[in-house]
Design a protein around this ligand. Structure first.
Ligand code: ZN
Ligand code: FE
Length: 242
């Protein structure tokens, strides 16, 4: 019962995730910013895309929807609360729903704040969570359509997943997040240690995502915020951090 998860770097810092279940032959794309590199990767692997899972409406997460659907006939799943802003959507989903890849069920989690209807997908049998722009390595999404209270709730919800859960974020923001994390928690040695690895990986041109819930619990100043007020302060500080 193996699930393969392939990272496709696109645009300046987006990651599209291609998820393949060998048993059923099904392939899911999470947040296709664009179509061509995704279709090319699937073709090179001999995989046929059966579904798209969108986390939120932003064009750098849905821009490839129409072209991938036209090319493959796949079904597009995404947040019910953002259906009007994702015109390509086939299936509207929200917390309490499950979506499937072969025999594997992904639980839909509501994580509004970056956008009003943002959702995440938790696939326990693959030990994976696709979190879009809600949780990043050492960071969280900007509060474009929601509040710090909501983001605090989101962080608590994701923090409750098993520590070994692999977290598939939609952007390579780790180094910039880490620079702020060092300032937010100057006493936190785990951040210093992690940043040494991150800086070395980035110098080699390597990705630093996926991360894990355990690593975020140790080093993420937003997941570690002890109140919504503290998260709000940290988010505001990060927004203007250079
Ligand atoms: Zn976004
Ligand atoms: Fe994004």
């Amino acid at each position: 019962m193996t699930i393969d998860i392939v990272r496709i770097p696109v645009l300046s810092d987006n990651y599209v995730w291609l998820v393949h279940d060998a048993a059923s032959g099904e392939t899911v794309v999470v947040d296709p910013a664009v179509a061509d590199p995704v279709l090319a990767e699937a073709k090179a692997r001999g995989w046929t895309i059966s579904a798209i899972w969108n986390t939120h409406w932003h064009p750098d997460h849905t821009g490839g929807n129409a072209e991938i659907k036209a090319a493959t006939g796949c079904t597009i799943f995404g947040p019910a609360a953002e259906a009007e802003r994702i015109p390509t959507l086939d299936q509207k989903i929200a917390e309490g729903d499950c979506v499937h890849i072969g025999g594997h069920a992904a639980q839909v989690l509501d994580v509004p704040a970056h956008t009003a209807g943002h959702i995440a997908y938790y696939l326990p049998t693959a030990n994976a969570a696709f979190v879009g722009d809600t949780l990043f390595a050492m960071g969280c999404g900007r509060l474009f359509e929601g509040t710090a209270d909501q983001m605090f709730t989101n962080m608590q919800k994701l923090a409750a997943l098993p520590g070994e859960t692999r977290v598939y974020c939609a952007h390579e923001y780790t180094q910039s997040n880490g620079r702020y994390a060092l300032v937010a928690e100057p006493e936190n040695k785990a951040i210093v240690e992690r940043m040494a690895h991150v800086d070395a990986a980035r110098a080699r041109g390597e990705a630093t995502v996926p991360t894990s819930i355990a690593d975020e619990l140790a080093t993420n100043p937003f997941m570690r915020a002890t109140s919504a007020a503290q998260l709000a302060d940290r988010r505001a500080a990060k927004d203007s951090f250079k």
